[in-house]
Design a protein around this ligand. Sequence first.
Ligand SMILES: [Zn+2]
Length: 598
Amino acid sequence: MEAGAKMSQLQILEKIKVGGESLAEEPAAGGSCFPDIGDLTDRLRFTVGDGNIRFDTQRVALVHLSTLTRLRCELLDGLCTSKARGILSRLGWESGTRDAAIAREVRSHCSLKDAFMTGPQLRNLQGAAAVRPVRIEADVTVGDFYGEFIWPESLEVESQLSVYGISDYPVCWIQTAYLSGYTSTFLGRPILYREVECRATGSKLCRAIGKPVEEWLWDDDLQEDLKALQLESFASNFGSGRRVPVLPAVQQRRLNHDLADLPTDVIGQSSSFTGAYHLVKKVAKTDATVLFLGETGVGKEVFARTLHKLSRRQNGPFVAINCAAIPENLVEAELFGVMRGSFTGADVSRPGRFERASGGTLFLDEVSSLTLLAQTKLLRAIQEREFERVGDTITRRSDVRIVAASNVELKDAVAAGTFRVDLQHRLDGFPIRLPPLRERRDDISLLVEHFMRRGLQRHGRTISGFTQRALDALYNYDFPGNIRELENLIERAVILCEDNARIDLVHLFSSGGPTLPASLKVNRTGTLEKEVTEECRCDEGLQATLCGFVDEQIPLEEIEARLLQIAVEKAGGNLAAAARSLGVTRAQLAYRLKRKEA
Ligand SMILES: [Zn+2]
């Protein structure tokens, strides 16, 4: 009897519908309700010697359970329970939203049920808990959802029991919040899970139930649950029974990083990116001169624009000038303006960039390429806030904030005698170094997603994502041209890729792409094995076949004759096609065939 009861617990009563029609209604008793996990384990890579474990393009890490237990204890003992719970819950929520994005990407071609099962399967793979669905009912069209999951024990249960013993309340906060974050992001509306049974309180297993927030009974406990996830702001909408949309994962992440006010091209979550961004935020509110340093293509102008938008001058103009792109004899005229007739070609009087930027920000890109004469005039304009138009005697004033950029260190230019030391001191007061893309690999997936979306919009294409080896190549490529190069690669790939297909290596790199470092992946038995690429597999097969010929002492002539015969047969007697398949000309093939007959 007990076995029967268990069986029914594991049944999935599925009613996932799209467009009002039921896709499937199969109580999957007994057998596994999960699709093959190979597509997920394939994305877990251990890069040897690089200090890097990745899931897809995201970096992950192995952490001892004892470390997590320690962290949990520090939080519980150092803060009040509700604060500790809040922190751990939001950790779980964040993890769930990321996995929902993976589910959408990896299983975009699967049934909705299989796509949804990605979350529980990933939880299993991550070693968090063996989550099993008991019942899932979802009607995507109207947004109905009921989900019930069980797990025999979790990381949190083990932590709790090993340190504090039996608990008065359910403890799987990360796990439950994970399910909330995962399902909410997957369905695009807030679904709240609550743990109704927990092994840490003495129950046989843990059980969580998930429903749309407004379907839960409104009481103090619910308020506490929402507070832990910082979802109280949705509360005002519950009464009206209105469907509340949840932000897609990317936006959610951006909000988490307080980047919501940024132009969309400033994207990142890596430590080197956020370090630079925090400096920008700090200095933006002042009127200090800022110097952006970094390789070509790291986005210095985008950062300068961001600085302007965050500053008090945001309503004033942002005027950019690339000092390297202007002919030497016109630099002054461009910066300070000209009076009519001051030199050949100056037919009308016009203001320079200094005047046009008045009340706003003047961005001097590649400032180190200015001539020494132009540097002298620039120094005066910055120091005295005064300048004259070329050919004019009237001294003008302009209230501008100077933001400069350079791909060489100014003090090196000073040492080389090409840059004035006093101007260097003026500009170098608040340097911000922007990291090259190869030092912020964690941002590559975000940037790829962003540039792909923009490319699809711009060119009206429909493309269903990237192949795994294309993503691997992007992740491992060194990007000498930095973000600009990545942007160009993606745009080119979006144009080249067939409609509804996935972007592959050939669309990105004309010559095969970067060589990937040796990496290990998890095989079916759960052990790590060296990854075998397609080419390598093919090469191994060829090697084995050739070894067989030698072992059996088959004469070279016979091998050639058989090879030619197979090629001609496969091409249906068409010699030109047969020659192509062998990589020779038709004449060469004909000659060899003739020689054989002779
Ligand atoms: Zn539990």
